[in-house]
Design a binder for this molecule. Structure first.
Ligand code: SF4
Length: 365
């Protein structure tokens, strides 16, 4: 059992380490700037948290920079056209987030600003408990512990919190990890900033207490870490065994007209909702007997290959078909230059169009 004294010792060690080793991130106000009175911008904190939910910092950073440049305030983002937001989001995946991002910007603009605590933030579209905690902590220094993957790993190791590999065991472990993280936030001295603690633990997990080969020798918590004392810190956290990802099959139809490609906008709800895509068949668990049954018109379709893409709950194998549109063919959808399409499409659509264009050359009529 950790005493209040050892918790404080731990907080001091983490704070010292963060002051020397904090990562420089475009949405972050580092500890020195915070000392000088600079406050984090909740808009940038929120934007970064939404972008980082399922992707890495190097992948998200160019998107963050582009959004910030184009829409420097939440009001500007709220006033943007959905088509522009979805095109700027293309490649970040999880398009329901882009929709929620836009809806959330509108709600915040209407309210005149972000709520300043996790409870209020939770009422915003697309803001779950983790994101609300992260924004409340980082932007407003609320003493709440957001537990992302990095913090989860650090805390699970410091207290050697594992599980038996079952869903039930891992759920219980997560509750304990959350409680330990919250105990750290609660134990902060009066003058300390909760946002610095959260970001310090995130950085520690990302750069020192890494999933493989944690660098315990340079870790500020190495004298207090139970997993290290046990001798095999890498075994923590012990998550529930992963279930096999199911596969779905479908076809994408890339119809060319000179340098233009036909795209359709998907319905607003559901996977890739509101995004443009080449027309596709339904995606099902078995291969279709007649893959051209759902093609958008009777053209000389040629199969040019297959692309694969992994979504959260399934892997998709998409056969890519390509054809040239006949002159004056009546097709529902919008024609877009290949370059614009490649920029606006979500990753799976971009893979399909790139394969078709690369596989067939730029087609004329
Ligand atoms: S001592 Fe090692 S395992 Fe423990 S928190 Fe530090 S890096 Fe992680």
């Amino acid at each position: 059992m950790m005493t209040a004294h050892s918790l404080r010792k731990m907080l001091t060690a983490v704070d010292r380490w963060y002051r020397r080793h904090a990562r420089v991130l475009p949405w972050r106000v580092g500890p020195e700037a915070r000392d000088a009175g600079v406050k984090p911008d909740p808009y940038l904190v929120w934007l970064s948290e939404v972008m980082l939910q399922q992707t890495t910092i190097p992948h998200a950073t160019p998107y963050f920079d582009a959004f910030r440049k184009r829409w420097p305030t939440v009001k500007k983002l709220a006033a943007a056209r959905w088509e522009d937001v979805s095109a700027a989001w293309a490649g970040l995946g999880y398009y329901s987030r882009a929709r929620n991002l836009h809806a959330c910007a509108k709600a915040v603009a209407e309210q005149g600003g972000f709520p300043q605590d996790a409870k209020g933030l939770r009422d915003l579209p697309g803001v779950g408990p983790y994101t609300a905690g992260a924004i409340a902590s980082i932007a407003f220094d609320e003493r709440i512990a957001p537990v992302d993957g990095n913090i989860e790993r650090v805390v699970s190791r410091v207290w050697a919190i594992g599980s038996d590999g079952t869903d039930k065991g891992w759920r219980a472990a997560k509750v304990e990890i959350g409680a330990r993280a919250q105990a750290m936030a609660d134990a902060l001295p009066a003058h300390a900033r909760a946002g610095d603690l959260a970001q310090a633990l995130m950085d520690l997990g990302a750069t020192v207490c890494t999933p493989r080969k944690p660098n315990c020798l340079i870790c500020p918590l190495n004298t207090m870490c139970a997993a290290r004392a046990e001798g095999d810190p890498e075994r923590y956290p012990v998550k529930a065994d992963k279930k096999a990802t199911p596969t779905r099959y479908g076809s994408a139809f890339v119809l060319m007209n000179g340098d233009e490609v036909l795209l359709v906008r998907r319905p607003p709800s559901g996977l890739l909702g509101g995004m443009v895509m080449p027309p596709t068949s339904a995606w099902s668990e078995t291969k279709a007997d007649d893959p051209l049954a759902e093609a958008p018109g009777k053209f000389a379709w040629v199969q040019v290959g297959q692309v694969r893409h992994v979504f959260t709950h399934f892997a998709l194998k998409l056969d890519v078909w390509c054809a040239n549109a006949q002159p004056r063919a009546k097709i529902i959808g919008e024609w877009m230059s290949t370059d614009d399409a490649l920029a606006a499409l979500p990753t799976v659509g971009r893979k399909a169009v790139a394969l078709a264009v690369g596989g067939s050359g730029k087609r004329g009529r």
